[in-house]
Design a binder for this molecule. Structure first.
Ligand code: NAG
Length: 445
């Protein structure tokens, strides 16, 4: 038996050597391809160490402070109530957004009224909920010192919910105005107005809006972490770009990087070459050309706060045209100029003017087609805005994007965006400062 086996194997030995050699060759070819960017799926897990584990969520105390400030503001204005559906402001004041409670035709309303007790103004939080959903509503993570502090108003299917809501509003007759959050749906505003014919149901004034517009220290810490991490993700992806890559492939890579970094709902408008000339994209899936810039406009969420960072980058081997180099430079200078000029006490519209004036002198103003920036926080775009004509006053704690751009259709688009906040000293501080802030060049984002 043994003799026979040896005899049948031995003629195969040279062939086995050939197979081994072939396998080795395949291995070397594949591993050298792997080493080049094209086949590599980069790992971004190291980005998670940056800060996302060290910032803390908004505490119970901070929520109670927000509710108290709202009550005091209402009291000072001699008005009776603030009403919101689950929304960005619902999240800000009561930790309830549409992620926790999906809007339906049946209203769930958060109502805050001021109450004077021992010479001090206290907030009272009432929640109007569909009766058959009351158990689910009571599971909402609404912060309160004692759960008994929340008044639940349950409306049965056959009742008029607004008439029941009024019971919470009219107890405290401080005045005739009910402020309803701006995102509240019209049929709710209408229902409240009909149930309260003698009252004025209207949008909140600046005094109330600025409670959210002026960020606290904790909020700014979260926002710094979100922005730093977003920028680190872009920088990391930049290292893995290559000529001939598809926009969709780069978009997927950067979304992976944002998720690996511990941010949620992260994604980037990813536009190559002339596609970037349409500020919100074109819909085609281009390949990165030898002379193209790549634009990444990224947003992500950390603990309920949004980031927004844009970089327009080139590769070491990109043949950047002289015009494109000039355009990048002008956008960069505009951004720096705005950043140095931002001051508490000045109108927001002035910053937009400064950006436009610089580009006008260089002949590029007509290619800067959108406003300079927006407020940022719980929402990616929120008030106050950096837009021409705005007389809103910049205040400490405000946070804005600063995102000038030049867009020449059919040719090129460049936008650079860093967000900043107004510090106690009235000056602007970049939310990306902890990782070096603004881009240095198309090659050093
Ligand atoms: C706010 O809601 C989230 C869930 O959405 C919860 O994890 C968190 O503990 C709540 N915050 C407070 C202070 O209750």
């Amino acid at each position: 038996m043994d003799e026979k086996a040896t005899l049948t194997i031995s003629p195969d030995k040279p062939q086995l050597t050939r197979v081994v050699c072939l396998l080795l060759l395949v291995y070397f070819v594949l591993s050298s391809l792997w080493a080049s960017n094209e086949l590599q799926t980069p790992s971004f897990s190291h980005l998670a160490d940056h800060c996302t584990n060290t910032v803390s969520p908004i505490s119970l105390d901070e929520f109670l402070t927000r509710q108290k400030s709202l009550a005091s503001t209402l009291y000072d204005l001699r008005q009776s109530a603030y009403v919101t559906e689950p929304s960005a402001n619902g999240l800000f004041f009561a930790n309830v957004s549409t992620a926790q409670w999906r809007l339906s035709e049946r209203p769930l309303l958060l109502i805050i009224t001021p109450h004077l007790k021992d010479g001090e103004v206290h907030p009272k939080l009432s929640v109007l909920t569909p009766k058959f959903e009351a158990t689910r509503a009571k599971l909402l993570p609404i912060p309160s010192a004692n759960s008994s502090d929340i008044e639940w108003i349950e409306w049965p299917e056959e009742a008029n919910p607004y008439e029941l809501a009024v019971t919470a509003l009219t107890e405290q007759k401080t005045g005739g105005t009910i402020f309803v959050d701006g995102s509240t749906r019209h049929f709710i505003v209408d229902g409240l107005q009909k149930a309260l014919p003698g009252a004025w149901v209207t949008a909140p004034p600046a005094e109330i809006k600025q409670l959210r517009e002026r960020k606290s220290k904790t909020e700014l810490e979260i926002m710094k972490c979100a922005h730093e991490t977003t920028l680190l993700a872009i920088r990391e992806v930049h290292k893995h770009l290559y000529i001939g890559m598809r926009e969709s492939e780069a978009r997927e890579m950067v979304a992976t990087a944002l998720a690996s970094a511990g941010l949620s709902n992260g994604g980037c408008l990813t536009l190559f070459g002339e596609n970037a000339a349409l500020p919100h994209g074109s819909g085609s899936d281009s390949l990165l050309g030898q002379a193209d810039f790549a634009l990444f406009d990224c947003t992500a969420n950390l603990l309920g706060y949004q980031s927004d960072v844009t970089r327009t980058v080139a590769l070491p081997t990109t043949a950047v045209s002289p015009l494109n180099r000039v355009i990048w430079g002008h956008v960069h200078i505009t951004q720096s100029l705005v950043h140095r000029s931002a001051r508490a006490g000045h109108p927001t519209g002035q910053l937009d003017d400064i950006a436009r004036e610089y580009l006008r002198r260089r002949g590029f103003e007509r290619y800067f087609t959108h406003r300079l920036g927006h407020g940022i926080g719980i929402e990616g775009h929120e008030s106050p805005y950096l837009v021409g004509g705005s007389q809103d006053i910049i205040k400490t704690g405000n946070a804005f994007s600063n995102e000038p751009g030049i867009y020449m259709e059919g040719k090129v688009g460049v936008r650079l965006e860093d967000c900043f906040y107004i510090n106690e000293d009235g000056k602007a501080v970049l939310l990306t400062e902890g990782v070096g802030g603004m881009a240095k060049s198309p090659w050093v984002p």
